[in-house]
Design a protein around this ligand. Structure first.
Ligand code: ADP
Ligand code: MG
Length: 240
């Protein structure tokens, strides 16, 4: 589903990704861990070309998105993204936040968009909040609306960049539970996270990044319990 070959990304003179090569299968859940500034967000953003790719290839379901001729709007429909900060539209209701893109971009009818979005709000446990405004929701509820909003485009892949890092601890579990359901339904997911419990339980593989490199890729067991990489050991010793 995702094939990355020798991906380089620089900001000016600062080479932030220094040649990443990896594959992610359909329905796989990959958790990306690593120190702050190691390039995790940049890697994720290159997967839907929120960042221009300096060199290398990123192929999403057969389409090379690094190619300037690729229709990037189609790529962004196929690759949903959820951020640390949810950026809901404050003056639109929860339901309107979710139906907006299907109406504008996919040209669904009002009825189609409404019915699909209500299903999605049900899936994230917020059916009863459809007519409320974001300001009345908790952070965890807002993030679940943001997930429903991303899903409204029927993406093939979902990218999550520290989706629970801005939440109060007691609100993290509900968001992780929604992500776990999504994983169980077979969504292909790449999740940058500090939630090691989630990575262990839900991740099919864990990627450890450091200084713009993919230091290690393995099953959660291989990375968390059997790593022979000094950098992984040192990182894990600080957080576990
Ligand atoms: P992580 O998500 O692992 O904390 P990032 O991908 O956000 O790391 O950042 C990696 C490096 O890239 C950092 O040194 C950061 O300062 C730099 N960087 C990220 N985004 C930009 C940008 N838009 N412009 C310039 N430098 C950036
Ligand atoms: Mg980041």
């Amino acid at each position: 589903m995702i094939k990355v070959t020798d991906l380089h990304k620089s900001f000016g003179d600062n080479e932030v990704l220094t040649g990443i090569t990896t594959d992610i299968d359909a329905q796989e859940v990959v958790c990306v861990i690593g120190p702050s500034g190691s390039g995790k967000s940049t890697f994720l953003r290159c997967l839907n070309r929120l960042e221009d790719i300096t060199s290398g290839e990123v192929v999403i379901d057969g389409v090379n998105i690094a190619d300037p001729k690729t229709n990037i709007n189609k790529v962004r429909q196929d690759v949903g993204m959820v951020f640390q900060h949810f950026n809901l539209f404050p003056h639109k209701s929860v339901l309107e936040n979710v139906t907006l893109a299907p109406l504008k971009v996919k040209h669904e009818t009002k009825e189609e968009a409404r019915s699909h979005s209500l299903d999605l709000l049900g899936k994230v446990g917020l059916s009863d909040k459809a007519d409320d405004y974001p300001s009345s929701l908790s952070g965890g509820q807002k993030q679940r609306v943001a997930i429903a909003r991303s899903l409204s485009m029927n993406p093939k892949i979902m990218l999550f960049d520290e989706p629970t890092s801005a939440l109060d601890p007691e609100l993290v579990g509900d968001v992780l539970a929604v992500m776990k359901d999504l994983a169980n339904e077979g969504m292909t997911m790449v999740v940058v996270t500090h939630e090691m419990g989630f990575a262990k339980e839900v991740g099919d593989r864990v990627f450890f990044m450091d200084e713009g490199k993919m230091v290690e890729e393995g099953t959660p067991e291989q990375v968390f319990e059997q790593t022979s990489h000094e950098r992984t050991k040192s990182f894990l010793s600080k957080i576990l």
